[in-house]
Design a binder for this molecule. Structure first.
Ligand code: ADP
Length: 211
């Protein structure tokens, strides 16, 4: 399903189907003095986009859905798993200094902290590391588990979640990223990362008709 800008011929087709549907492709073509073959791509686009419905031997119907309705439907079709990124994970015993180096090398804004069993125990943001750097502590001797945001105060998500629900969480909690987790007996295993950038990419894809 797509949300797209319609060209003038597609608008004309939509109008014809609105007024005369159900109507066959042949009939629409006649009204526009075009061949059925010429119209085929436009009809395919209108059907894929959800504006029209096609039934064999009956013809095309207008679905009655507005662009905004279709956009809403499309939003409810985008899942975390389609826009996730690879998580960058460090051990809780790593120093703040090494965490800062990792953040630069991996080019991410959020690090997830795990224990020796690879279970999620914390989150480190850019500002967490900046704040720690303001103090008088020796950064190479300060373990990240002293300064991280820790469980159970971590907002997580699953790969089957809707991206729009993640966007709501990011806004509500005023954070930039969520770990995508898998639940195990020991706790959460980190399997992915979803950030404001992923959501921005989905937004752009939606506008360009790729979603
Ligand atoms: P920054 O602090 O660099 O602006 P964020 O807005 O992501 O970045 O983080 C704000 C605070 O929220 C930080 O203290 C960080 O540890 C914490 N935080 C970040 N992500 C999460 C999360 N998924 N769950 C809970 N706390 C988080």
């Amino acid at each position: 399903m797509r949300t797209i800008e319609l060209n003038s011929r597609q608008e004309q087709i939509l109008q014809i189907v609105k007024e005369n549907g159900p109507i066959t492709g042949e009939n629409i073509a006649d009204r526009l003095n075009l061949t059925r073959a010429t119209l085929r791509p436009d009809l395919a686009i209108l059907t894929m986009a959800g504006y029209l419905d096609a039934r064999p031997r009956v013809g095309y119907f207008y679905t009655g859905k507005s662009g905004v309705q279709l956009l809403t439907e499309n939003l409810k079709n985008i899942y975390v798993k389609d826009y996730q990124s690879i998580p960058v994970v460090i051990n809780e015993s790593v120093s703040v200094y090494d965490a800062i180096v990792t953040m630069f090398l991996e080019d991410v804004g959020t690090l997830f902290v795990v224990d020796q069993n690879s279970i999620l125990v914390g989150v480190l943001s850019r500002k967490d590391l900046l704040r720690a750097s303001l103090g008088k502590q020796e950064l190479a001797a300060l373990p990240v588990n002293i300064i991280m945001t820790r469980m159970p105060n971590i907002t997580v998500c699953q790969k089957e979640d809707l991206l729009i629900d993640i966007a709501v969480k990011l806004i509500e909690k005023q954070i930039d990223a969520l770990p995508i987790v898998k639940e195990t007996e020991k706790g959460y295993e980190v399997i992915g990362r979803v950030t404001k950038t992923n959501i921005t990419k989905a937004f752009v894809a939606l506008a360009s008709g790729d979603e």
